[in-house]
Write a protein that binds this ligand. Sequence first.
Ligand SMILES: [Zn+2]
Length: 414
Amino acid sequence: MTDTDSTVTDPASLNNLSDAPLRDLPADKPPEGHMPSTLLRMLNNAGARAVLNAPPVDLGIAEHLPYPFLALVGQHEMRIALLLAAINPAVGGVLLIGPRGTGKTTAVRSLSVLLPDIEVSLCEEGCLPADFERDGAAGVCAECAAKIARGEPISKWAQVNLIELPLNARLEDVVGGINERIAVQQNKVRIERGILARADQNLLYVDEVNLLEDTIVDAILDAAAAGSYTVRRGPVAGTYRSRFVLIGSMNPEEGSLRPQLMDRFGLRVVVRGLMDRTERKEIYQRSRAHRLNPRGFIRQWGAATLDAREEIGAARELLKEVTVSDAAMELGLDLVRELDIDSHRAEYTMFEAARAYTAADGRDVVQVSDIRAVASMALRQRRSQFMVDFADHQQQEDNAIRERIDALLKVNAS
Ligand SMILES: [Zn+2]
């Protein structure tokens, strides 16, 4: 890990914005009694502020140059949840719940830079070399089969994209529909790939998911769960890959999400504004630095970002080997029973999140401490009584979950 702190210059010179040494900023607190993993340490230790001293250049392009993930302040749980979903898509996505202006969208937009490059098809049908290797020429379209015969590539490596679902998207935009231009011009009926197909291998962000029509949310969740989907329009049908990391966000003040839909998001994070003055000041200063000189700010975090990207790539590889120890399995199942949770997605998500967490820490066996680290994110708001008034009960519930774990650990230890 690169210690970007070595580039910190005298904080007192930061245009008098700061009257306290920034390096005293408290690190985020990991869950009690837990040893921080490599990724957690990275999130907590990353710090670079010299950019604040660089001459301000307002390029007006901050929007296109996402704020670095590692420069986010606080919101420990949100960042962990996003990383776990990025390492292990089987976690089933993340739902961020909280008011506007708490950094949800900034965090999601910053995530794609951290993900390893993906192999993308060069053709509209989405053919990949793996299809050819598996099924021969029948596995790809005629054009790609011809290309392969000529020894030309049918795919390239590209950076992961963040696909943001527009709020006014229609079902046809989302799943795809008949391409009317081709239908009229060439008298051919062809199905156009929808947003879900374009999101394959990428990140799909659905802001204000609670304001979308249920049919659309259903389609997204079905596609995310299955990893592919089929569109039928009369006699034509098309099947598309849709292996994306799904991230939804909602402001509960603007309406709720049906419990059935809520249940289908893997991890849930309640995002609140930070109450710590030092942290808020730091957020202001970093936002300002990013706005004034986005390229400089991003460069400042470049080394830490590269490190994290490598860690995530390694964690994804290691994930294949990660198994759940008997003790961790028993604890997880006991916990779900004690909390009276019906949905089987609860333990599935919890174990998959724990596997990702373990892989992020460079280990290959899930221990009880890994279950403890992810249990709240995986289990909260899966008990119906908490659906009603979750804001008030959130803290209570989190405490209850931790207490249960401690009690169970005591019982198991004695
Ligand atoms: Zn093709």
